[in-house]
Write a protein that binds this ligand. Structure first.
Ligand code: IMP
Length: 184
């Protein structure tokens, strides 16, 4: 893996595709242990979740359904703090067990907004969250993330579905911004 440059920023190799797969496989097994007697709906929060979502499903061996919605809060490498809902939920999940699937939880603003949305409009039977990545140094909310594949330091990451200004989502590996910490 070599460093890459996108626009004005350099990114260094962080996690190889194979290592990511191993993390997701373990996560899918944990989720299965909890849901094997149910038919959960995995709700992918677009766009960043695409690769994680698709690989997770391949490792999940139980019955399940899927749905998507799209939100956005990032501009470049900074969270704006405002969460826009860009695309409505593709399936009704009232009275169902749902697992929200996120690429990364950073401030937790996105999830906080989504919890409100589901509570007010959908009323699922249960709601849990699975995230590929979590930045614990930034996350200050009072709810917990039920399933996390990997905790990472407070540095902007790119690849494997995650973008910098819409570029880099197609990289099979994960990269980390070369410069220092991101300030929120
Ligand atoms: P939060 O609302 O601050 O938790 O941010 C969640 C969303 O911001 C994620 O779903 C990503 O789309 C985006 N995001 C947060 N951190 C990063 C990062 O390091 N790289 C790319 N996108 C990120």
């Amino acid at each position: 893996m070599e460093s890459i440059t996108i626009h004005d920023k350099n990114f260094v190799p962080y996690l190889k595709h194979d290592e990511i797969q191993e993390l997701i496989k373990n996560l899918a097994e944990k989720v299965y242990e909890d849901y094997k007697d149910e038919t959960p709906i995995f709700v992918g929060v677009l766009n960043g979740v695409i690769m994680f979502f698709s690989d997770f499903l391949k490792y999940y061996k139980g019955k399940c359904e899927i749905a998507f919605l799209q939100v956005s809060s990032y501009s470049g490498t900074q969270s704006t703090g405002i969460v826009y809902k860009k695309m409505d939920l593709t399936k009704d999940v009232v009275d169902r067990h749902i697992v929200l699937m996120e690429d990364i939880v950073d401030t937790g603003n996105t999830l906080e907004n989504l919890f409100e949305y589901f509570k007010n409009t959908q009323r699922p039977k249960s709601l849990k969250v699975a995230s590929l990545l979590l930045k614990p140094d930034v996350f200050q909310k009072d709810f917990t993330i039920d399933y996390v594949a990997k905790e990472i330091p407070n540095k902007f990451v790119l690849g494997y579905g995650l973008d910098y200004d819409e570029l880099g989502r197609n990289l099979p590996d994960l990269y980390q911004l070369e410069e220092g910490r991101i300030n929120h």
